[in-house]
Ligand binder design. Sequence first.
Ligand code: PA5
Length: 464
Amino acid sequence: MEIRIDYNNMMQAALGEKGISDVEIEAYAKRAKAAFDAVINNRGKGMQGWMELMYNQSDIVREINECALNIRENFDNFVVLGIGGSALGPIAVFQALKHPYFNELTASKRNAPRFYVLDNVDPERMNALFDIIDVKRTMFNVISKSGATSETMSQYLIVDNLLREKLGKEAHRHIIATTDKSKGNLIKLAHTNEYKTFYIPDGVGGRFSEICPVGLLPAAVLGIDIAKLLEGCAKMDKRCSSFDLRHNPALITAVLQSIAMDKGRNISVMMPYADSLKYIADWYCQLWGESLGKAVDKNNNVVNRGQTPTKSLGVTDQHSQIQLYTEGPFDKVITFIEVERFRSKLEIPVRCEDFPDVNFLCGHDMGELLNTELKATKYSLCKAQKMNYSIILPEVNENTLGQLLYLFMMQTAYCGELLEIDTYNQPGVEEGKNATYALFGRKGYETKREELSNAKAPSKEYTA
Ligand code: PA5
């Protein structure tokens, strides 16, 4: 079951002068080849360790499945503590593959612990979680590549304290640390406290980590077949590893987005037409935004590149955003994610025969209505000459989801090369992290603290 790309609506044939011409794509061939070579030749090297994860994790998959089985049998709740790349993937995969009201199902229907992800330091939300879970029946998975992120470490400290109060010496059996094998504080704490540990391999950055233990452990705990997810990734890897520009799904979409950026389309709207894929859009936004939004290129020239990712949900946001997308500025590319077959059907009953304006809906399936609305939206966007393309999933399952995740990672890698930036760093995120450490008085950040105290104080003139 292969996912497909339909990019007709990016082209002049559909959009007229506002579209992309074949000539423009051909003119990109040399740059596309250079981007392709840079990505493919560095497979598994440097920060491209994620490209090997489908092929080098059979032992770890076995260990994860064993650990997951134990958690399923012995815990009522599984809570991820993490942020950014350490949270968005687990949320996206959970939403895509499990029941939409999973936590409300009975234990026998769930056949897995309830699942929660804490990806903020809002005290109200964290306290609220403690209102509804029994920590003695909960496994906490602390996920942090750096083992230093303030948000995750503060959550960890609160949880660790609570567990010690309630469970004494048994507390450590309720924490699993997923982190770097040697760097950072989390691994040191894990060793000191004897936590079960999974490692984030070298060359796998936060936003590229969903298909390593970061995402695989939570998925396996939920009963998701992680081997099939990885098979899906491998399937897409093959398609994205051949230099056939028009048929390499990641390369052609990266080239199209790049040409679109050249034409001022600086916003990338990710719009799945399926509730199950709603959080894939969140995951994509981090991947695309953090990877491509860079001040300097690889030669240190100031370029301020990137395309602002934003998310939308079909059909819900047709009644919120589509007016803007259709009639607003020519600054967006809309990526639709279309699902051909939904996992359940719901027919609209035949009633209201005397009300033809209601009756026309009757006898149709809800999924049919949803996809018809998608077709109608594509039509109206094309009529308004707005660039859009579709990623089509025959259905949502482990395999197609794996393909989708890998497609986005490869597209990002290729696009980063086309933009000639470092796809894998995040100095903008680090700056904020370091400023927080300094403001909270962390040792070693005295110079940063001084820098912050010398920053210009806000003027009353500009307050209201
Ligand atoms: O993609 C990234 O590297 C970041 O968004 C990180 O995932 C995020 O900052 C969390 O970092 P860490 O996993 O080190 O706690």
